[in-house]
Design a protein around this ligand. Sequence first.
Ligand SMILES: Cc1cc2nc3c(=O)[nH]c(=O)nc-3n(C[C@H](O)[C@H](O)[C@H](O)COP(=O)(O)OP(=O)(O)OC[C@H]3O[C@@H](n4cnc5c(N)ncnc54)[C@H](O)[C@@H]3O)c2cc1C
Ligand SMILES: *[C@@H]1O[C@H](CO)[C@@H](O)[C@H](O)[C@H]1NC(C)=O
Length: 561
Amino acid sequence: MHILQHISRLLTKHFQIFMMEQTSVILFLVGGLVMAYYFMSTPEPKIEVPLKDSYDYIIVGAGSAGSVLASRLSEDKENSVLLVEAGPEETDSPLVKVPIKWFSLQRTYLDWGFKTVPQKYSSFGLKNKESAWTRGRMLGGCSSHNAMVYIRGSRHDYDEWAEQGCKGWSFKDVLPYFLKNEHITLDQLKNSAYHSTGGSWSVKTHEVTPMADIYMKAGEQMGYKLTDCNGVNQLGFCKTPANTKNGQRISTAIAYLRPAMDRPNLHVSVNSLASKVLIKNKKATGIELIKNTRKVTVKANKEVILSGGAINSPQLLMLSGVGPAAHLKELGIPVHADLPVGDNLQDHLMLVNEHSINVSYSVTPEKIKSFWTNFQFDWLGTGIKTSSLIEGSAFFDTNKDTKYSDIQFHMYSAIPSDELVKQNFYYDEETRDKMKAFHGDNKYGFAVLVILLRPLSKGTLRLKSTDPLDHPLIDANYLSNNEDMKTYLQGVRLYEQFMDTKAIREIGASRENNAFLPFCTEHKRWSDSFWECIIRKYALTIYHPTTTCRMGPDNDPTAVG
Ligand SMILES: Cc1cc2nc3c(=O)[nH]c(=O)nc-3n(C[C@H](O)[C@H](O)[C@H](O)COP(=O)(O)OP(=O)(O)OC[C@H]3O[C@@H](n4cnc5c(N)ncnc54)[C@H](O)[C@@H]3O)c2cc1C
Ligand SMILES: *[C@@H]1O[C@H](CO)[C@@H](O)[C@H](O)[C@H]1NC(C)=O
């Protein structure tokens, strides 16, 4: 048998690549050679070097922030820098690089897999009333597994920080840095004063299906403007801006760290968990770390920088004796500074309103597996695999007297499978059983994520034990403040308006086919009490915990640094 026919048979049989003809095989082989050349010519990252006894700067956590810091600090050849990361190097893994896979990465070996403690005012329909908090544990941190949405913080937040005494943090002060790192590839925004080109952080949109235009049409029919969500005013609808380049994810590890890894003055140590910051006379002098089960001490000549994220940084501070004195004493940790570390915990909640539609516009598991989709992604860098599927976003100000938006939508152009719902949403068994039919089919649909911004409810983070490998106790304390529920109810009314537009009705959806319909039936459908019941059962984290080590001026008692 001709060798190509043989390969063709094998591929067809084992890899289910259908209609594989000889020409395709040749195409694959040539492509393989090109890819092999590409990968061989990409320099190997330098990550397993012997550690020195001391560095000028030690950065703990190679996530969104840490990777950029390491790259910037090591630009100066005079600085020696150590970047310490608990997780592995996964920068080139398809799990990380293929945007559509972002939602499958949760609760895998690349996730810290945190959970909150059982909640008192929310999460009643989640397993054990716990919210599953995913956090990336690899080079790039959460920027290696998040949804890649590029929407900056509200300009009013920056201005308020500056007014409260944080010099250098006003929007006017930070905008030049946003512009320095950005590379916008959307023609209509290239000349905007809020965008720029030439930076490492590539920005396009997540638009890959006809749903994006439908979301925008629905927004206009509600009476809102189509805006640039990073422009002069955030309020309105936008096609979601995203950090991808040539169809692949851009993480801070890819954009910043990788290009800096060859510098002799930067060492990156993976699989290394910082277990303590060494402190002498109120000054950080180094760290203790666990590297492949071995305990190592490294000194810092200048600074120790914590960038382990909103959960790990406060944990490490407390393990090192910086935190609420009473709590530390309870655990027998000597106190270096009595500060409100772990207080002020805030997070965004989302309610995932799922709907089926009667047109074939959205993404299904079958479409993702199809030959055409994979051909597009592998050979052209286009198609549905290049997107997180969050194709549309919107910001609303329900509390009209402020300049802030307090409700956000994300529109997601697929119905997640039962397996992903189990893994990521953590709905309890009873809920999942009732929703199985809905998630089980290979059907067309979308979800409107209604998100509560600016929550007034605040939670806490505390140590469970002095073991650095133990997860801390996270109490989100969601919806403990009733004002939050009032705002959220306004948010679901906006969602109802969205579902009642011509654009959405035309594709066979309305609030009447919401997947939550079989729940909270003891309440009058669509009443405030119905929605409150649904929200307290099913609203869950959209992965934005913050403020556990709040910055602020010296005279602010809630600030940590
Ligand atoms: C699933 C998901 C989706 C999201 N989607 C978006 C989005 O679309 N757009 C957006 O703007 N934001 C999104 N976010 C939020 C955003 O990703 C995070 O706010 C941001 O990445 C946090 O950056 P960080 O540097 O503070 O922490 P991280 O990126 O979490 O980095 C912390 C790093 O430190 C390491 N580390 C922690 N403790 C230690 C230790 N003791 N020793 C050594 N290493 C340690 C961790 O392993 C990790 O790599 C999302 C988050 C998640 C989880
Ligand atoms: C989808 O449903 C809407 C509303 O019932 C209807 O107007 C439309 O014709 C349907 N479209 C298709 C393709 O069936």
